[in-house]
Design a protein around this ligand. Structure first.
Ligand code: FUC
Length: 750
């Protein structure tokens, strides 16, 4: 039975016992994980610019003088020596970039909660972007409604009861064991201010401010506590900021709340939902659902799914949750979604909870265009823009090159020097180039030439770096060296194994995509003819993709054995997804080799992290293998999904959520080869359904429905005028010239 529009929500019959059960809210900048306790409630808080330490120049000046020697050692296969020298001369100084920190916690204790709670329910309403908690104590009902508002830049917590004057509570901020860096002060009789240092030299200062607005009742502050007694309802407003954006974060946050405390709660809610729905409401997905499952809480559904039960409804929720998480962790003006979006409770988070740009940060943005959230892409573009200056210094100081570069990580300060001396990853200068392809993708979807004209300048600088970085090998080809195939190790016939290499296949695929994008851009905006020719000449000399002894795409220029044939990174299939140089349509042999590559990775235990599994879904979707794509959607939810539907690397890492959402979209719609293809990888169990609002390259929005795997109606809405080609099972292939602003409907009858 087709879902006729159940409200998309996550819901539970009990409070969260641990962080991975708590529910996330966010407005891109401010975030909270809500535990939903009754007598004691906890909101673990984040603000996206609370990072340890200030900006630094970490470039290692010894890189450039040692570069020829490192190259020589690698080319001669003396990997141990090359790696030893690279570890000393190329490592960032100091080794680590900055790391992301929690803002703190807001703890609430409620009076008259001695008896146990009944009729408990908590939910995250994905349609409204609101979290709710309801329960009863004796005869008294309580409810809480919470959201992070983008238009008002605050977290809003509304506490209500049906017992007039029945709310009393104590509120306080905490910051675990890091309390020595902050202190909490009173703010009049109804507010608290927690402020302090984020730590580290040149680091930011932060402030979090809480203000209570009550109906009836009294407010006062005692020590670090804010107390409310005898209120009929309470609205708690929370604002926060750091000196990364505000010269006086205290003042900023207080002003925010002074203003918002004058606005009725209903209006704050209305402003939030209008803003949120403006993004979320653009896409609707319906698949055949089992109505008996819709009455079950999310954790129960997930458990059943993990035991093998089918549940398309849960998959639809997972898909929309990915969109929710993106809206909540990446909004105009915020930092990009980091490894944990914005939700992090650790002062020493896994991989620093920063921006890992050899797959993870990019994966966060895979759903953004196709799932109609293009505005949410902007924080990534802003970061790329800020990386340009440090990236120019890194290019010049480390490699003596023009343009800008970055390695496999960056941080709040847009640091581009290598992160750590983890040899399988660190000395890989393709990070900026890959990120720049996001600019190009944004253009491909929007066709916005003004955007492209500016973006091209950035893409060009990333390409300039690579033109200079490429060296000629004995056969006259242009190769990268040193590089790595993130983050795999190869074995040499002489018994040595290592990671630094000559020409990782992924490098050439990224370079080809970037140079190609730059060439197209110069044509579209009519500039830089000479540079276009330089790029075209270099493209000719790049090594071509090769098929190795297992029939696989070679991961390196030589057909080396991999130390881990089931490695989580499948970098050499970049050109299959997110790139598009490998396709069934245009390069069937490479597509077949890509299939073999995947089979071999999977047969050797591949896909064991959430993000790797999510990437695999996208690969199979591009290979139009609906069964394998679906099996990997199943695996993602089965093996790599936490009770709150967060992706589990393990630990929690958000990229798998975003990659999973992108993969589901890619099964329904593709637009990387010529034209638009509907239902390219539709699994049997999604035989009927509909989707509204997906975007396709070329400036199109698609609404379509299908039955028994055949499209019954497709509506193409054009945002720009131009030729369009549509291919869908059940429809006669059609080419037409669309007019901007017009919609065209196609049915099996024509
Ligand atoms: C890359 C991956 C790891 C992890 C880390 C954040 O280094 O290889 O699996 O996702 O980034």
């Amino acid at each position: 039975m087709i879902n006729t529009g159940y409200r998309q929500r996550l819901w539970y019959n009990q409070p969260a016992e641990e962080w991975n059960e708590a529910l996330p809210i966010g407005n891109g900048r401010l975030g909270a994980m809500i535990f939903g306790g009754t007598a004691e409630e906890k909101l673990q808080l984040n603000e996206d610019s609370v990072w340890y330490g200030g900006p630094r120049d970490r470039n290692n000046e010894d890189a450039l003088p040692h570069l020829p020697e490192i190259r020589k050692l690698i080319i001669e296969g003396r990997l141990r020596e090359a790696e030893e020298l690279a570890a000393m001369s190329m490592a960032g100084l100091p080794e680590a970039q900055r790391h992301y920190l929690p803002l703190g916690e807001l703890l609430l204790s409620f009076g008259d909660h001695e008896q146990s709670a009944e009729d408990y329910r908590r939910e995250l309403d994905l349609e409204q972007g609101v979290s709710r908690i309801k329960y009863r104590i004796g005869d008294v009902s309580y409810s809480r409604e919470m959201f992070a508002s983008y238009p008002d830049q605050a977290i809003v917590i509304r506490i209500s009861t049906d017992n007039k004057d029945g709310i009393s509570l104590k509120a306080r901020f905490t910051r675990n064991n890091w309390r020595y860096l902050e202190k909490t002060k009173k703010w009049l009789n109804n507010g608290l201010i927690m402020n302090g240092d984020c730590g580290g030299k040149g680091g930011s200062t932060f402030a979090a401010v809480l203000k209570a607005v009550t109906e009836d009742g009294l407010c006062r502050t005692v020590g670090e506590y804010l107390l409310v007694d005898g209120a009929s309802s309470v609205t708690l407003l929370l604002a926060a900021g750091t000196s990364f954006r505000h010269s006086d974060p205290d003042l900023y946050a207080k002003r925010r709340l002074e203003e918002l405390s004058q606005v009725p709660y209903e209006e704050l809610l209305a402003r939030h939902t209008a803003d949120y729905r403006g993004l979320y409401g653009r896409v609707k997905l319906m698949l055949p659902e089992n109505p008996n499952q819709s009455g079950l809480p999310t954790d129960e559904r997930l458990k059943r799914f993990q035991k093998g039960e089918e549940d398309n409804g849960l998959i639809v929720t997972y898909f929309q949750y990915g969109r929710y998480l993106l809206i909540s962790s990446s909004r105009q003006g915020s930092l990009p979604a980091n490894l944990q979006g914005i939700w992090n409770d650790s002062f020493t988070p896994a991989w620093d909870s920063k921006f890992t740009i050899n797959i993870n940060a990019q994966m966060n943005y895979w759903p953004v265009e196709i799932c109609n959230l293009a505005e949410c892409h902007e924080p990534l573009f802003d970061l790329v823009e800020r990386m340009k200056e440090p990236g120019r210094v890194t290019a010049r100081v480390m490699y003596g090159c023009r343009g800008f570069t970055a390695h496999h990580n960056t941080d709040i300060w847009a640091d581009t020097a290598p992160q750590d001396t983890y040899l399988p990853a660190s000395f890989w200068p393709l990070g900026a180039a890959w990120l720049c392809l996001h600019l190009w993708e944004h253009y491909r979807f929007s066709q916005d030439r003004y955007f492209l004209a500016k973006a091209y300048e950035t893409m060009k600088e990333a390409a300039q770096f690579l033109l200079d970085y490429l060296i000629e090998d004995a056969e006259g080809r242009l190769i990268t060296c040193p590089s790595v195939s993130p983050e795999n190790t190869y074995k040499l016939p002489n018994g040595e194994s290592g990671v630094l290499c000559v020409g990782a296949s992924m490098d050439f695929q990224i370079i080809e995509a970037l140079f190609g994008a730059c060439i197209r851009s110069t044509e579209i905006i009519g500039v830089d003819e000479a540079f276009r020719e330089e790029l075209a000449a270099a493209l000719e000399r790049l090594p071509k993709p090769q098929i190795g002894k297992y029939g696989q795409i070679q991961e390196w220029m030589e057909d080396y054995e991999e130390l881990e044939p089931g490695h989580r990174h499948i970098s050499h299939l970049f050109a299959l997804y997110p790139g598009d140089a490998f396709s069934l349509e245009h390069t069937p042999e490479l597509a077949e080799a890509a299939r073999r590559t995947l089979e071999r990775r999977l047969a050797n235990g591949g896909g064991h992290t959430g993000w790797s599994r999510a990437w695999i879904i996208n690969f199979w979707a591009r290979l139009k293998d609906q069964d394998k794509a679906y099996a990997n959607v199943r695996s993602l939810l089965q093996h790599s999904t936490l009770p709150n539907l967060f992706d589990n690397h393990p630990p929690f890492q958000i990229d798998g959520n975003f990659g999973g959402t992108a993969g589901i979209a890619e099964m329904l719609l593709q637009s990387h080869a010529e034209g638009i293809k509907l239902l390219p990888a539709l699994p049997q169990s999604w035989g009927e359904g509909s989707v509204k609002g997906l975007r396709a390259r070329g400036g199109y929005t698609l609404d379509f429905a299908w039955e028994e795997g055949l499209v019954t109606e497709a509506v193409v809405t054009c945002t720009v005028s131009g030729p369009c080609r549509l291919d869908a099972p059940g429809l006669v292939p059609v080419s037409f010239t669309g007019q901007a602003g017009c919609s065209y409907t196609f049915t099996p009858k024509g």
